[in-house]
Ligand binder design. Sequence first.
Ligand code: HAM
Length: 416
Amino acid sequence: MIKAIKGTKDILPDSIGKWKHVENLISLIFKNYNYKEIRTPVFEETSLFARGIGEATDIVGKEMYTFEDRSKTSITLKPEMTASVVRAFIEHSLGKKQSLNKLYYISPMFRQERPQAGRLREFHQFGAEALGSSSPLLDVEMISMAYGILSGLGLKDLTIKINSLGTPESRKKYTQELRKYLNDKEHLLSGESKERISKNILRIFDSKIENDIEVMKGAPLLLDYLDNESKDDFEKVKSSLTSSKISFEIDTSLVRGLDYYTKTTFEIISGKVGAQSALCGGGRYDLLVEQLGGEPTPGTGFAAGIERILIACENENSFEVTEPSINLYIVCLEKTLMAKTYELAQSIRRNNISVEMDYIGRSIKAQMREANKFNAKFALFFGGEEYQSHKSQLKNMETGEQEIISLENIINKINV
Ligand code: HAM
């Protein structure tokens, strides 16, 4: 039997209600902040992600779904959206049409990671990118929107972590210090962290290995090496979050796994989803547009994983959706009337009334079971004695009341 690829998941009809609930809230919150939706292709030229996310990152180094198409172009299924949004922003000169572009998306992403709870190979992100302003207020806006969506879903066990990665210059100064600090401690580090010293030294902070964590506890802090502008902006982010009554923690080890970040970064962590606890992450990327060939344009954004959020919602029992109901189930009393039943169903559906009927010749009892299963508000018994006079029995499934109605009248009766 052919099964779904490891790390991918079918979203079956019985969980669509939850997805829709999340998606509706996402669209509502982004609309309140005046973000416009953008959709980009599922695949892009590989070099976009290699240049945008960074060659030395785990995503580019080991997780991308990359293949050559028939014309020998290297193609990659998008592992994240920021690079794609920036590519579209440059390609369509969006910065010339609008000085600040506020964009949002909901889209599948692909990363060949080791699947586990909350970690998939195809997953869905929603997120936002604001291109064209270096105001720290937009960083706060990102955190507020992300937090607004998560708390709007009823999640309570949330921690907002923030940090600043400064400018590349201040980071360079800092990484020199970090290198010096690790000089005589390299032997204490895990193999992976040793490798990261030359490749991507900041990511050593991400290690979950006990010895690495111990070593990094004594490391110099990037926050102490920030340039004045980054420091100022970080202060503004903190004070604006405080006045918005959004609690946060400063996490000096929050380095993020993508290379494009500058200045403020953040993550929102759930205490209810196990190891893969980051529900969302983001930050400022003031140099990315330029790096990808556009006019220098500051940017900031975030993305959140819907599957992870749904696990957190499930574990916190944070919201419930009611199964959608149908307006009418037509119980066909005689098999010979099936085509007529269909005609009637069609004529009612044209009035935007949801109607179901039996297509497989079920017994009357089985049809009533179906009507209950679909939460039908009314059942119409089509056929029998009343059929000759163009009438039918209509049952209100909530009250149990039953009356004989003329079929011309059915729309009015159901619409009450
Ligand atoms: P990211 O931290 O790589 O950031 O991903 C954001 C979120 O996507 C994570 O917090 C997580 O909830 C979800 N996620 C990531 N990988 C997986 C996976 N394998 N399975 C399930 N969920 C996953 C970015 O993608 C940046 N583009 C965010 C950003 C936007 N920064 C600025 N603008």
